[in-house]
Ligand binder design. Sequence first.
Ligand code: NI
Length: 196
Amino acid sequence: MILPIVAYGTPVLKKRAVDVELDDPDLNALIANMWETMYAASGVGLAAPQVGLSLRLFVVDASPFAEDDDLEEHERAQLKDFKQVFINPVIEEESGEAWAFTEGCLSIPDIREDVSRQEHLTIRYTTETGAIKTERYSGLAARVIQHEYDHIEGVLFTDKLSPLKKRLIKGKLTNISKGKIAVDYKMKFPLQSKKR
Ligand code: NI
């Protein structure tokens, strides 16, 4: 089932999410719905708060990035197979130099800005079958995880922009909250007027 993606300004996007109960009987259905919702919106990642649930859970399929011509071979290999559900993840460390890349977000359509993030990370998480894994990611794969992880911490990529940039996009963000934006996937806008 495709779920509506909540837009910028929805309070759940600013909340630190809580751990998923692993024996929740609805968990598998939620994960299936999140995949369906993410693919319907052509996203590479989706976090539970984006479908209105304050839970520490996100899904990532970064394989579209593997088509990028500028990648080194080892990076392409990692991205091609990178499809994963992260339940109750913990980023244990981040390292390497900060690098900038243009990010977007399904909750903030039509805004794309450069965000600086560290190059490497180690993450511990539970898989959908209940296994606990610790893995190391770099480059774009790490970046998608950092972006989604921010979502479960109540942080959006626009929070990381300079005060000047924030001021420049303020009007656009307000319009997104009001639903004054054309999107080709299902969304829910916090400030949309009920009158049609
Ligand atoms: Ni996002």
